[in-house]
Write a protein of this length. Structure first.
Ligand code: GDG
Length: 735
């Protein structure tokens, strides 16, 4: 069992330097807590930036930092201040953060910051590579490190890598605007498991992968080269016990144990016993919708003036990224709004808004949560929003109302709260009204459901769930390896090949000998392939057959001069020793008149699709269409054709992004078996990549060495990963 390596931008410890000595204090954030079960003892390591740039660390202190961090199972990545600027304040927070939160207009696409982002990601990857063993499990966190999985994978193809994104993954329409969109996707796809908070982000990600990389996606599995990458949602929880225990302890505090803030809150309650406290806590970030919330509060006071002097809004805005210009502007806007609203509405005994721009210690956070009647959280976009969960966890008597934006990931699991659209002031004002007037019993009823759920799926559960899913992915991988054509198995096959007196090789063309091309007519053989096939064809006692669904004219042009044996159109035609094609099966094609117009109507209505007409079959190709739309249309066509061809001796073959209609008694299996009957072969080999090749794998004799290209469900005995491996394998038959 290897160790677990956690990687995040920041380490879960804060460094303090004073008088030449270093202290590392563990942080108490949600992630650090959640990882406790994963990051414990000597079998785990956390890699990240310490928060101090190289310039800020005096030379004589550097080694001391390493040992201080090592005591907390941590190891640092060194960053210069220029790197922090380009990577963190630049690309991460001026490009990805706004883009992924749908603030397209704030996103800056600067080549220089992208270059620094790449270089810093490489630094993190190198730090992992330096520490990681083959059996280790790597868990990479968040949007600052999206290229790390592939960078590690490139050097350690078999290591287990998980990635979790803490922020939303935006819709394809937003994501596609990023100039480096493919690189980012490819970076992430280095992982074995990619986790998001909610299904919507997962769905957006899969859609981008299919559209931009054109990869095959089946449910939540992505097929890429030789690997299957799993995508799933894991809604992050909180350390429920910590918050509920803190709230319980808080209740027991005697008057002199109470904080100044708590005493102020108590005074407020005493002076206006029927007034409600409304709480809003966020990092000061435009995604959190603080300015809009203030405007909505003003709207509420105007719509329901009876609540003037009866409500008080406490805003805690925690300073964040204050050297990014948008954040400075936002700060100014909020300061002004608070000033104006307080100026407009205050009375001698009442200020509607209490505004704190600072970070408060944990016990003050508990003061606020436990004293507020309503938590009002209205982000415009939020990956999850843990504050909502924390508020509910501190409500020991189950009272309190949560008003939550439906744009927060947590809204998915917190249906019992009052969900609002943060742009709808009318709805927000009414929700505040409802919250103020909600009977206690109803509050308790709603919160008891929420509390049960949050207590069960806490942050530890979340982390364990992710880790076991990553482990399951590793096991699934291992289970598949039994069919992989390993070096050892290949040696035995080559030995059998050499011993056999007569050998026959059935080779599919597209997707096997040559890669796919969006335009099939352009996917002609390359020089290297001709050389390989020539050499195989010239082998003593070896018969080579190209077995393809392609039309005979194309193969005549490409291969007839080479005198390779060929079976085309799935077995309608055969050519041996350079002779012209002759019919292998007696088939008709008069049905085409009926089917062609149907396919044409699909082509007209499905941009990017086209018909390939062969002598005895018709194929509708949809590789170039929008992937979702293409699949939808393929299903539709399937239904139409099934009823149309019911009385004909026809069948529909669903290939790789192609549907082919042809005579039922023609297939590659039947054709190859007929050829096999013409001789006595001691070694039979068949290789192919798609569904139509399965006929060969099924119908050829049991002793056949059958090989599938790509790791998919198959009747073949072995698989190889891609067309390059096919060529390498065939070269082994050259003696
Ligand atoms: C990102 C995603 C996702 C806040 N003020 C103080 C304070 N806090 C603590 C809260 C809470 C945390 O900070 C904030 O977490 P959120 O989830 O609300 O928001 P982000 O910081 O934007 O986090 C977010 C999260 O990652 C996890 O995946 O939910 O969507 O944006 O725990 O309690 N803590 C203290 N003083 C404060 O003044 N001590």
């Amino acid at each position: 069992m290897g160790k677990t390596i956690i990687i995040s931008n920041r380490l879960p410890v804060q460094l303090q330097i004073s008088n030449g000595t270093i202290t590392a204090i563990p942080s108490v954030g949600g992630l650090a807590t959640g990882m406790k079960s994963v990051h414990s003892g000597g079998d785990s390591l956390w890699i990240g930036w310490s928060g101090l740039t190289d310039e800020e660390i005096p030379d004589d202190i550097a080694p001391k930092i390493d040992s201080a961090l090592a005591e907390h199972g941590s190891s640092k990545v060194n960053l210069t201040s220029a790197e922090v600027d380009g990577f963190y304040f630049g690309f991460s927070n001026r490009t990805i953060w706004p883009l992924f939160h749908y603030f397209l207009e704030y996103s800056e696409f600067e080549l220089k910051s992208w270059e620094i982002y790449k270089a810093v990601n490489q630094k993190f990857a190198d730090a992992i590579l330096e520490k990681a063993g083959e059996d280790d499990t790597i868990w990479v966190h968040d949007y600052q490190l999206m290229l790390v999985p592939q960078m590690v994978r490139a050097k350690r193809p078999n290591i287990s890598i998980g990635f979790f994104l803490h922020i939303p993954f935006p819709s394809f329409e937003i994501f596609r605007t990023l100039p480096w969109r493919k690189e980012v996707l490819e970076g992430l796809l280095g992982a074995d498991l990619i986790g998001f908070h909610i299904y919507d982000y997962e769905r957006h990600f899969l859609s981008s992968v299919r559209r931009l990389l054109r990869l095959e996606v089946s449910f939540n599995d992505i097929y890429r080269d030789n690997r299957i990458i799993k995508v799933d949602s894991f809604p992050m929880g909180i350390d429920y016990k910590k918050f509920s225990d803190a709230a319980k302890a808080h209740e027991q505090n005697t008057a002199d144990q109470q904080s100044d803030l708590q005493q102020r809150l108590n005074n407020h309650k005493l002076s206006t016993p029927d007034a409600k406290l409304i709480l809003s806590i966020d990092r000061l970030d435009y995604s959190k919708g603080i300015a809009k919330r203030l405007n909505a509060f003003e709207y509420f006071l105007n719509k329901y003036p009876q609540y003037k002097e009866k409500v008080r809004l406490i805003i805690l805005a925690v300073p964040s990224r204050s050297n990014v210009p948008q954040y400075q502007l936002l700060k100014k806007e909020i300061d002004e709004l608070v000033g104006r609203i307080n100026g407009d509405f205050s009375t001698v005994s009442w200020t509607p808004i209490w505004y704190f721009y600072r970070s408060l210690p944990f016990h003050n956070l508990i003061d606020l949560y436990t004293s507020s009647d309503i938590a009002w959280l209205t982000p415009l976009r939020d990956g999850m929003n843990l504050v909502a969960k924390e508020y509910i966890a501190t409500r020991t008597d189950k009272t309190g109302v949560l008003i939550l934006s439906e744009m927060a990931g947590s809204a998915n699991e917190m249906n019992e709260s009052l969900l609002i659209n943060p742009n709808n002031f009318e709805q927000i004002a009414d929700a505040l009204y409802q919250a103020i007037n909600m009977p206690k019993e109803e509050q308790q009823e709603r919160n008891s459901h929420l509390q049960k759920r949050l207590a069960r799926y806490n942050v530890e559960q979340w982390a364990n769930d992710f880790m076991s899913s990553l482990q399951a992915q590793k096991d699934r991988d291992a289970a598949n390896v039994s069919k992989k054509l390993t070096e050892h198995r290949l040696n035995t096959i080559v030995e059998d090949f050499s011993k056999a007196k007569k050998r026959i090789l059935f080779l599919d063309y597209d997707g096997t000998l040559a890669g796919f091309h969006v335009d099939p007519q352009k996917a002609g053989p390359d020089k290297e392939l001709y050389q390989l096939l020539d050499a195989l064809n010239n082998q003593e006692n070896t018969e080579l057959y190209l077995v393809s669904g392609r039309d005979k004219d194309t193969f005549t042009k490409w291969f007839l001069p080479k005198k390779y044996n060929m079976i085309v159109e799935h077995g309608v035609w055969i050519s041996q020793n350079g002779e012209d094609f002759r019919m292998l099966e007696n088939v008709k094609n008069d049905w085409m008149e009926k089917i062609r117009p149907v396919l044409e109507s699909f082509v007209d209505r499905t941009p990017g699709s086209f018909i390939e007409e062969k002598n005895y079959s018709l194929a509708w190709h949809y590789r170039k269409t929008d992937p979702d739309f293409g699949n939808l249309r393929a299903n539709e066509l399937n239904t139409v054709l099934t009823s149309l061809i019911a009385n004909d001796d026809l069948s529909v073959l669903n290939g790789n992004k192609v549907m082919e209609i042809k005579s039922s008694n023609v297939n590659k299996g039947r054709a190859t078996v007929r050829v096999l009957g013409e001789g006595d072969y001691g070694f039979v080999f068949a290789i192919g990549d798609d569904w139509t090749d399965e006929f060969m794998f099924q119908e050829l004799p049991e002793s056949t060495i059958s090989v599938k290209v790509g790791r998919q469900k198959t009747q073949a005995k072995f698989y190889v990963e891609n067309t390059k491996m096919v060529r390498d394998l065939l070269k082994r038959f050259l003696v």
